[in-house]
Write a protein that binds this ligand. Structure first.
Ligand SMILES: *Cc1c(COP(=O)(O)O)cnc(C)c1O
Length: 378
């Protein structure tokens, strides 16, 4: 089956008895043992639940990995992955990672003796130089948030090969529909399912896929031991939402290309960051590892006052955090999503007071443009 068909058929007719097209919600905390020492494969929902299992196998199939796991949020998924490491281990992480990832590493895992180097993932020399004998993993996002920097996944995999290091890719922005890091040699993929996979700004969830069964079993052990699982209802909602992933991603992609190009011509816009633009840094690498550009773009305006004006004047586009939903949203990364990144790092990265981030929805592109036009006007 082609990917778009696979997406649609996650969880179809899993219940042999009734032939239900949609996977049932198994809202049960516990399961009867057939006999002493026997199990149906389900004993207690923290360990495994039939609805969650359908979702987990579904995302594993889409990412082409051995084991999928569903968590209560993207941060619960990232936390479970970080628990693979121990005191004295060192991680290399892209410096412009999701703000919550930065925070959990910098403020929580540092308490347990995990050390980290935050690096410019688009500079492969810098990544190579930051590796120490204690380095156990390289964690990247591509495109990064909010500046859409491109990280060469194959080059990162090459660096890690033979060094007993995991390559972990947060694939939230592109989803397996546009990018499948495990096929490029990465070991683990992470998703905030709250974004494109759920796609409707109504669900918080996280997913992990491991390329091989052994690593998958280690993460499964952590998932069961620490308990940050996704409940059956939310698992069902995510399966339900993912059915339209291909259609949504195509429309996000189409709209974003149109709007990115329109913004580059706008007199009040100083710079546009979108990997679909011909002059976007790293576009060649992006094109070699992904089949689309997604729905996220950032742009810098002429003045911090303009930022305030835009956030005040947008109408259909809502001023709200998060991304990846059918509704267009706009945020100010310096204040909202990246507040936990130290100011000097933010400034060096270019996450300035003039930078706005758009999550382009699936509305008609002309309505998004009209809203931006009136919001940017003097
Ligand atoms: C939102 C997000 C996360 C965190 O996910 P939650 O579901 O909000 O916990 C992690 N990584 C990226 C790239 C994100 O956008």
């Amino acid at each position: 089956m082609k990917l778009d068909s696979k997406i649609v058929h996650i969880g179809v007719c899993t219940d042999e008895k009734t032939g239900a097209i949609s996977t049932p919600v198994y809202q049960s905390a516990t399961f009867r043992h057939p006999a002493l020492g026997e199990s149906t494969g389900f004993d207690y929902t923290r360990s495994q639940n039939p609805t969650r299992k359908v979702l987990e196998e579904g995302i594993a199939a889409l990412e082409n990995g051995a084991v999928g796991l569903a968590f209560a949020s993207g941060m619960a998924a990232i936390t479970a992955i970080l628990m693979l490491y121990k005191t004295g281990d060192h991680l290399v992480v892209v410096e412009d990672c999701y703000g919550g990832t930065y925070r959990v590493i910098d403020k929580i895992f540092s308490n347990f003796g995990l050390t980290v180097s935050f690096v410019d993932g688009s500079n492969i020399e810098e990544v190579a130089q930051s590796i120490t004998p204690a380095t156990k993993a390289i964690l990247v996002e591509t495109p990064t948030n909010p500046l859409m920097k491109i990280v060469d996944i194959r080059a990162i995999v090459k660096l890690a090969k033979g060094n007993e290091m995991h390559v972990i890719v947060d694939n939230t922005f592109l989803t397996p529909y546009f990018q499948r890091p495990l096929e490029l040699g990465a070991d683990v993929v992470i998703h905030s399912g709250s974004k494109y996979l759920a796609g409707h700004n109504d669900l918080v969830c996280g997913l992990v896929v491991a390329r091989d069964a052994e690593l998958g079993a280690s993460i499964r052990y952590i998932q069961n031991s620490t308990g940050g699982i996704l409940g059956p209802n939310d698992s069902w909602l995510l399966i339900r939402s993912m059915k339209t992933l291909a259609l949504r991603m195509e429309k996000h992609n189409q709209n974003s290309q149109i709007i990115a190009q329109w913004l580059t011509r706008h007199p009040k816009v100083v710079k546009v960051y979108y990997p679909g633009l011909a002059d976007h840094q790293g576009k060649d690498i992006h094109d070699s590892q992904s089949s689309g550009y997604g729905g996220m773009l950032s742009f810098a305006v002429d003045h911090p006052e303009r930022v305030k004006q835009v956030l005040r004047k947008v109408q259909m586009i809502r001023f709200a955090e998060s991304l990846g939903g059918v509704e267009s949203l706009i945020t100010l990364p310096a204040v909202q999503t990246h507040a936990d990144v130290p100011i000097e790092v933010r400034e060096r990265l270019g996450i300035s007071d003039c930078l706005l981030r758009l999550s382009i929805g699936i509305e008609d592109a002309s309505d998004i443009i009209n809203d931006l036009e009136q919001a940017l006007a003097d």
